[in-house]
Design a protein around this ligand. Structure first.
Ligand code: DGL
Length: 272
């Protein structure tokens, strides 16, 4: 073998999991970033939302989901769920036999925004309360710039395929009403379900906040991290092969009823 020329590739799929459909927003980025990879997606839809559960429950569910994917022979696991990352990432990294990559709220780039306004971090109740996220916030140059808001109720609707621009006004007003008129430079979508309702969040922000309120999510950064891990561990698929199909959908819920929502979310336009 000539030095520096790689001759062996790993055709096994990458496993991606979330409490439900949120991880599909990550999967979309991963499919673009890694065009030769195949993915097995597991949505724990039967047990969603995770965000209203205790840390112990989330840990237990995340372990079961992760192990079911490892049992299917995935070469790397992506925890595409900020809530599961907060509750379980250390245990998963310790116990699993494959590398584990995870999403986290993208507060770092948001905190780099110029301006004297606040950064709003929207996530599940569990993420905003758990110590892992709190420690991440404490590492920011000015942690007090970030306002954390847990938004229960949003995930339940997205799980049913509801993503309309006006379909979340009631929850957003209830959770964000106390910020009426505030200057918000950035909004971090700290739950992987939330990119699907970016238009609803932007619309609410334009009507009720001052400032630019730019949106951020951690998906593109996590897809790049996945690429780095596959390369450094010698796990990349052959770039000369274009695999088909690229994705397999598995769920703890009713697959027949849920797969059309998975397919819709994989394709629906998202831009911000
Ligand atoms: N999509 C998930 C996250 O990123 C979890 C949503 C939930 O199940 O509550 O936190």
């Amino acid at each position: 073998m000539s030095k520096g020329i790689k001759t062996e590739y790993d055709p096994r799929p990458v496993g991606v999991f979330d409490s439900g459909f949120g991880g599909v927003s990550f999967l979309r980025n991963a499919l673009i970033e890694l065009p030769s990879e195949r993915f097995i997606y597991f949505g724990d839809n039967k047990n969603a939302p995770y965000g209203d559960r205790s840390e112990e429950e989330i840990l237990c569910l995340a372990e079961n989901a992760a192990e079911s994917l490892v049992d299917r022979g995935v070469k790397t696991l992506v925890v595409a769920c900020n809530t599961a990352t907060s509750a379980a990432i250390n245990v998963l990294r310790e116990r699993l036999s494959v590398p584990v990559v995870s999403v986290e709220p993208a507060i770092k780039p948001a905190c780099r925004l110029p301006g004297g306004g606040k950064v709003l971090m929207l996530a599940t109740l569990a993420t905003t309360r758990l110590s892992r996220y709190r420690a991440l916030q404490a590492r920011m140059p000015d942690p007090s710039r970030i306002i954390n808001v847990g938004c229960p109720g949003i995930v339940d609707r997205i799980e049913k395929g509801e993503i309309g621009e006006t379909a979340f006004d009631d929850i957003l007003s209830e959770r964000l009403g106390f910020l009426e008129g505030a200057v918000i430079d950035g909004i971090v979508l700290g739950c992987t379900h939330f990119p699907f309702i970016a238009p609803a969040i932007s619309r609410y922000a334009s009507m009720h906040f001052k400032g630019e309120h730019r949106l951020f999510d951690g998906n593109a950064g996590t897809a790049r991290q996945l690429k780095r891990v596959l390369e450094s561990e010698g796990l990349s698929a052959d770039p000369a092969v274009s695999p088909a199909p690229r994705t397999v959908f598995l769920t703890s819920g009713d697959k027949e009823a849920l797969e059309p929502i998975f397919d819709m979310l994989l394709k629906v336009p998202i831009s911000y």
